[in-house]
Design a protein. Structure first.
Length: 141
């Protein structure tokens, strides 16, 4: 194939596969979560997406959570963004005295990130396998 000036076109789809392949190798130890959203009327103005991570653990009567944050990354040269969720594993909690035998299996939730609702592109989040990436759709209606 040729450009308008007669020069040969580069195989951009092959280059994209190479870039994505390199990204896959770097992310081999991480789990990829892909979120596909339904098209909505006036979605940019009326809708937002909240993403957060959850982790199972032993909890008691205290309020628990775990530290971590989402970092927006760009796939250089392609204008596509994705998110990394990273945590240092710390689990802050309140320090109330709990009754005996109050420990149970529960779910810990990270700090959330509010992002733009966009049904045209999937939202991709990389995280360690012990975290489940969840989301909520918020509406201004």
């Amino acid at each position: 194939m040729e450009n308008f000036d007669g020069s040969k076109l580069k195989n951009q789809s092959r280059n994209l596969k190479v870039k994505l392949g390199n990204l896959k190798m770097k992310r081999a130890k991480l789990e990829k979560t892909v979120i596909h959203l339904n098209p909505m009327e006036n979605e940019i103005a009326d809708y937002k997406l909240e993403i957060f991570a959850e982790k199972s653990g032993i909890i008691n009567c205290n309020t628990h959570g775990f530290s971590g944050e989402f970092e927006k990354m760009n796939l250089k040269g392609w204008g596509y963004s994705y998110y990394n969720f990273e945590s240092n594993g710390m689990m802050p909690k309140t320090l109330m005295v709990c009754p005996p035998n109050s420990e149970r299996e529960g779910v810990l939730k990270s700090k959330s990130e509010l992002v733009r609702y966009n049904s045209k592109l999937p939202l991709v989040v990389y995280s360690a396998p012990e975290y489940d990436i969840k989301y909520r759709v918020w509406s201004a209606k």
